[in-house]
Design a binder for this molecule. Structure first.
Ligand code: GLC
Length: 711
């Protein structure tokens, strides 16, 4: 369809309607209420509803088909509705939450997850997913760290890019593909105090270097939409922030896709105190470059008059509506408004066996073995007792898994038993005070106790920030009890954020499983029994206590660095806790034992147009087949602006057979030595760099190289 021609046929009111996104129950009363946030009256007449451009949160194919049909029957220009939803880590087949997935350090798995999510979601008539969430965060008090990919820009970029490819593939028009809407633009993860929706206040340098790269990676990978965030940037709400939406997004990044607000975040500009009312919000939004207004009605109530009174240039409206119509054209909706929606296919494709298998494979690579003093893998001859709330709980889908059904999942008890473990289930008690004498007797009979504990799925995700990060509800008392009984103790953690684990360190082993989705406990049983070795590594630091936050690996040295083991009173440290995190970025154990040696570089010096090869020998010194994640960090010793003590630049995940030894090589080029300055440009400075390679951010072999001028 010719977008220009179509646009010229539309009245101003019809154009503005395309910028409105509302929930399905505005069309069909009995449609299920699924969206987040309180549902407000949007003062919409039936006419306005049937002029809207897109729908937020559709439940299934039948509902989509019904609404699309009802809508088109009343649409003069036959412009189909666009259906969008939050498919964050799976549709009906639920995958590990993104924070868990990032710990696999295997972006290919992100592609697989997005691919399967798209195939399932589009059978239900979904055209756009509000994913990937590219918000970097260094603050585990924030409930939404569960939706992101951790504290490092490089890792976030690698995962976000693959998610976009997985959703969209080459052409979003093709069957099985959905458009990706990256979010939340921008720097939502930098909220003060980790308190959701709170103020963000950071330098341009920090914005460009740390917080923007993830969104840019999605845009560069071709994401069709980007969603504005609830927070301010430079004191201006992101939803009406021209610097973000025009200078950066359009002028610098050449983005041509659609911008969409977050849930009623255009109206919230009034709550921010940056508009006197919805009328001013409407003016500010269209001028800043906001296209679709989600779940509020500033545009539909005020924009027409603002255009009539020449307060708003009609060109701005045509630009925004043109982008929305172009997206509908790119999705092929004018030819087929129902795209892939199919009630029959929905029954067959969603939550299929192979999709579940794929989810299990990803779960196996996303768990992180934090500590292991020999209790894992489980010794088959041992009598094992199982205790704690997650012994029988099936709620492993985690936050943002609307369409998943936890009831279809299996409990840890059932998967351990079917995994051949000689298991006694003792109790789902949260802590020692809930146990009775019989429970203690049962525990007595066991050689080893598995303590399955963690957060409920309502303790992380949106609007679920915490000021304390201890293991909740005194669950740690179960570990203490089992240790008092001289048992070996294995803690299996289910949680949506890094927690303070100081109260369970006496456990022999700690397996961090986050929320691994539909096949969580199948994967956990395979890992605990040693059929598979854990291979995940942390992408977010675990603080020793909340007071340390923000604690992250790629920090600056400061002018008074604390040198471990060297006493000096006047340096940067706390009187009551070490500077280092309890478990650092890149940390994760395996059942295999690896040695790293012989770090070499193919040349000591290189100029900006050259490359060099960095190699290291990695040996699996065990009879266990395992995966290992080799990380390459760099440090720029001296430059105009202070630089982090290390920054991840490359990583490789390699498979090792028993006793296999490999030379792992990285091709280093100028892109590994550049940094982003406070105007967003990639720059570099000549001089000495340190290259560090190893199994975690705190365990590396190091070598110096020099970047020299081209002769
Ligand atoms: C929510 C979230 C956003 C989500 C949107 C639609 O408030 O902030 O991530 O995509 O609303 O549900």
């Amino acid at each position: 369809v010719n977008i220009k021609e179509l646009l010229n046929k539309l009245t101003t009111e019809e154009k503005i309607g395309q910028l409105l996104q509302i929930a399905p129950f505005f069309f069909v009363k009995e449609a299920e209420i699924e969206v987040q946030g309180e549902v407000k009256d949007l003062y919409l007449s039936s006419k306005k509803i049937f002029l809207s451009g897109s729908v937020l949160g559709i439940r299934n194919a039948e509902e989509m088909i019904k609404i699309q049909k009802l809508y088109l029957e009343r649409s003069k220009h036959q412009i189909p509705l666009l259906f969008m939803a939050d498919i964050i880590h799976g549709y009906e087949t639920i995958f590990p939450v993104p924070l868990a997935l990032s710990c696999s350090w295997n972006p290919k798995l992100a592609y697989d997850m997005a691919r399967i999510s798209a195939v399932e979601a589009q059978t239900s008539g979904i055209h756009v997913t509000f994913s990937p969430m590219a918000d970097l965060s260094r603050d585990p008090r924030w409930g939404r760290v569960v939706e992101g990919f951790g504290e490092d820009p490089e890792l976030i970029k690698a995962f976000v890019e693959q998610m976009v490819y997985g959703y969209q593939q080459k052409n979003v028009k093709d069957e099985g593909n959905i458009a990706s809407c990256v979010k939340h633009f921008a720097a939502y993860g930098a909220i003060e105090g980790g308190r959701d929706y709170n103020t963000v206040d950071l330098s341009r340098l920090s914005l460009y270097q740390t917080y923007l790269p993830g969104y840019k990676a999605a845009i560069d990978a071709g994401a069709k939409l980007i969603m504005t965030s609830f927070n301010v940037v430079d004191g201006i709400p992101a939803t009406i922030n021209k610097h973000l939406l025009r200078d950066i997004l359009r002028d610098q990044w050449k983005f041509e896709g659609v911008t969409i607000s977050d849930y009623d975040s255009l109206h919230q500009v009034v709550d921010h105190g940056c508009a006197a009312g919805d009328e001013e919000a409407s003016l500010l939004g269209i001028q800043a470059g906001l296209d679709i207004e989600m779940a509020s009605s500033c545009y539909v109530r005020y924009l027409a008059k603002q255009i009539e009174d020449h307060e708003v240039e009609i060109g701005l409206l045509d630009e925004a509506v043109g982008r929305v119509l172009t997206l509908k054209e790119e999705l092929g909706l004018f030819d087929n408004p129902y795209k892939g929606a199919s009630i029959e296919k929905e029954l067959v494709l969603v939550r299929s066996k192979e999709h579940l298998e794929a989810s299990k494979k990803i779960a196996l690579e996303s768990a992180v073995l934090l500590q292991n003093n020999g209790a894992l893998p489980l010794n088959r001859k041992l009598k094992v007792a199982l205790i704690g709330p997650y012994s029988k709980l099936k709620t492993t889908n985690g936050p943002w898994s609307w369409h998943g059904n936890n009831d279809l999942n299996h409990s840890l008890e059932s998967t351990l038993i079917s995994g051949g473990v000689d298991l006694i289930y003792v109790s789902s008690a949260e802590n020692e005070s809930e146990l009775n004498a019989n429970d203690s007797n049962e525990l007595e009979k066991a050689d080893l106790v598995i303590v399955a504990i963690g957060e409920s799925i309502r303790e992380s995700g949106e609007a679920h920030s915490k000021s304390m990060l201890d293991i909740p509800r005194n669950q740690a008392s179960l570990v203490r009890l089992a240790k008092k009984m001289k048992k070996q103790v294995v803690v299996v953690l289910y949680n949506g954020r890094p927690l303070c684990l100081d109260t369970i360190l006496e456990a022999d082993s700690i397996l961090e499983t986050w929320f691994l989705g539909s096949m969580a406990n199948e994967a956990i049983a395979l890992l605990l029994t040693g059929k598979k070795s854990p291979s995940g590594k942390l992408t977010m630091s675990f603080p020793r206590n909340v007071g340390q936050i923000p604690v992250y690996y790629n920090h600056l040295t400061t002018g008074r660095p604390k040198v471990e083991g060297h006493y000096n009173e006047y340096v940067s440290y706390y009187l009551d806790v070490e500077n280092s995190p309890l478990f650092p970025f890149g940390h994760g154990l395996s059942y295999a034992t690896f040695t790293y040696e012989g770090l070499t570089v193919s040349k000591e010096k290189m100029n900006p147009s050259e490359q060099m090869t960095v190699s290291i020998r990695v040996k699996n010194n065990s009879e266990i087949e395992a995966l290992e994640i080799i990380q390459l960090y760099r440090r720029d010793y001296v430059s105009k602006i202070a630089k982090p003590v290390k920054e991840l630049k490359q990583f490789k995940k390699e498979h090792f057979k028993p006793f296999e030894e490999k030379t792992i090589s990285f091709e280093l080029s100028i892109k590994d030595l550049t940094y982003i300055n406070d105007t967003g440009e990639n720059v570099y400075e000549y001089g000495k760099f340190q290259i560090m390679v190893g199994p975690s951010s705190i365990d590396t072999q190091n070598i110096d190289i020099v970047l020299i001028k081209e002769d």
